[in-house]
Design a binder for this molecule. Structure first.
Ligand SMILES: *Cc1c(COP(=O)(O)O)cnc(C)c1O
Length: 460
């Protein structure tokens, strides 16, 4: 790592630097005691994978203990919307902390969870009026899968117990969610443990032949879905999709026409549609929810990540009155007997309410639109790099594939970007940008410029 490029900005008035800031040893101790996620730990010890201890965050920036800074261009794994140490979200959590930190949500309720449920339902035009909570995205997907199956079972159709997913889909890493995923890197080792879903073609717009539009590709993929449903619909409970952008599968983008057709086909063949908007929800694709761009509603909507502005683990599955009604009965066993310890945590719900307040008060979606145009223009040098392929953009997500056979490209680029004060973490050979919504034009320009420099260095 290069020496510090910029000094640690001064702390807000009245705050002193905590004693541990001077401890140089966090990464060493972390490697011994913390098993880091999605990581081959040996790469930290003998490989070239840096481990960076972060002392604090402010806005779009992360600061390490040595005084270096990093622009968080992937929103800390796609969760952060309005920056680190956001004043309004901080205040909401602090206020809640002195009232009620947590309470069991079975047999009890509290104001933040009621308000959040009402507001989320209203944001779906009250078509999805029942909110079931968990703590992370994978759990939300598990809940949607179980609810879908259980709905059919309650309706006397227990044979509808298979699921359909798209090629390249990602829905989490628990066993149930790996079963409806199609990313070999995460899935293959656990194949003997899974009950795999059937995979239907992805509407990936990169598949367009000369003269074809993204909508043409979407229609072709929908035809593949239809032929599968025509044959197998009796055994299928639900189709699960990531609307408009398939994230971990490589930032695959597609036309809303696919969602329109999928909705029609699900209705025609008696299949639920599960929209996993864990990544794309809360404005990432330009609308609050991605499925809005197809003017459809799912039967189940999974949300997490941006739900709390990137502050606290919280996820939710929203569903319809008609699904809810199939569970509502004198028989306990027809109920949805699923729970997690921290279901509906009040602190997390307050963070989510503060996040929704910011959307409402700051006209965030309207402001993101011109920003996205400016940032797309700033990325032109990257898009035009001779090894860049399929530069693409949806809302506040940008991606480009790099034509290289270097198996170490991902790590090389990651390191070169970090040395230039930018946190970018390619998926294989796909570089993507998913910045928080508070980036200013100077930060956007710096990000675009350093990304090209990092690319040139990584390919050199
Ligand atoms: C991140 C993600 C998940 C899993 O969420 P976790 O909180 O990591 O369990 C599921 N689906 C999609 C589309 C995601 O991006």
């Amino acid at each position: 790592m290069e020496p510090a490029k910029s000094p640690l900005p001064p702390l807000p008035k009245g705050e002193s630097i905590p004693a541990f800031v001077t401890n140089p040893d966090w990464t060493h101790r972390s490697r011994a005691a913390v098993w880091h996620p999605c990581t081959q730990m040996k790469q930290h010890d003998v490989g070239d994978l840096p481990l960076i201890a972060i002392a604090r965050g402010q806005g779009a920036w992360l600061y390490d203990f040595a005084g270096r800074r990093y622009l968080d261009a992937i929103s800390s794994w796609w969760v952060n919307l309005f920056g680190h140490a956001n004043r309004r979200i901080n205040a909401a959590i602090k206020d809640q902390l002195d009232r009620l930190e947590h309470v069991i949500l079975a047999g009890f309720t509290h104001a933040p969870v009621v308000e959040l449920s009402e507001r989320l339902a209203a944001l779906t035009g009250n078509t999805l009026g029942h909110c079931f909570y968990a703590s992370d995205g994978s759990s939300a997907v598990e809940i949607a899968l179980k609810m879908s199956f259980h709905t059919w079972r309650n309706q006397g159709q227990p044979d509808k117990n298979r699921f359909l997913c798209l090629a390249d889909s990602y829905h989490g890493e628990t066993l149930g969610t790996l079963s409806v995923g199609d990313v070999a890197l995460y899935k293959d080792a656990y194949a003997p443990l899974l009950r795999p879903a059937k995979t239907v073609p992805s509407p990936d717009a990169r598949q367009a032949q000369p003269g074809e539009t993204a909508a043409d590709v979407a229609r072709r993929a929908a035809a593949g879905l239809e032929s599968h449903l025509a044959e197998h619909h009796e055994s299928i409970a639900a189709l699960i999709v990531e609307p408009l952008v398939q994230g971990a599968g490589g930032m695959v983008m597609y036309d809303p026409e696919y969602l329109r057709r999928a909705r029609l086909l699900c209705d025609r063949y008696g299949i639920h549609l599960i929209c996993d908007e864990i990544m794309v929800g809360f404005g990432r694709t330009g609308t609050l929810f991605a499925h809005e761009q197809a003017a459809i509603r799912p039967d189940f909507l999974c949300l997490s990540k941006g739900l709390t502005g990137g502050y606290l683990p919280l996820s939710v599955v929203l569903t319809t009155d008609s699904v809810y009604a199939t569970f509502y009965d004198d028989a306990v066993m027809r109920g949805f007997l699923h729970s997690h310890s921290y279901t509906g945590n009040p602190l997390a719900c307050r963070a989510a309410l503060a996040t929704l307040d910011i959307f409402a008060e700051d006209a965030v979606l309207e402001r993101n639109r011109p920003f996205a145009e400016r940032f797309t223009a700033l990325l032109e040098p990257l898009a035009n790099h001779p090894q860049a392929r399929h530069f693409r953009h949806t809302g506040m997500i940008w991606a480009v594939d790099i034509g290289t056979a270097d198996p170490d490209f991902r790590l090389r680029f990651y390191r070169e970007a970090l040395q230039r004060e930018v946190l970018l973490r390619p998926l294989g050979t796909t570089i993507y940008f998913m910045p928080p919504y508070i980036l200013n034009d100077d930060e956007a320009a710096l990000l675009a410029e350093r990304a090209v420099e990092a690319l040139k260095a990584a390919l050199a």
